[in-house]
Design a protein around this ligand. Sequence first.
Ligand SMILES: [Cu+2]
Length: 109
Amino acid sequence: MKLKFAWLMLLFLGFFFSSCSDDDNDEGAIFEIGMSNTAFIPAEVTVSAGAAVRWINNSSMPHTVTSNDGLFDEFLEVDEVFNYIFSEPGNYSYVCTLHPGMDGIIIVE
Ligand SMILES: [Cu+2]
């Protein structure tokens, strides 16, 4: 009888912990920004503090994702991605240093 109870507890705990890790995976949305050869798409994104933004170079040439505040400076070959989590509210502008006029802004609320 005691053994049966122990097994039930194990089953219950297993279920409990697998539910927890599922919750962790869902936490924090990811906002995706694509690229053309001359622009970030969309160029303006509004997210909540704590959200992750993912830049995807789905264009046909390399680009950089360079923060105007010195927060990040990434060189992305075609098909490469870059993730950044914005934890503090504010306006974060960035540019591609290879293509003048290719810029964007992340508004974190
Ligand atoms: Cu560029």
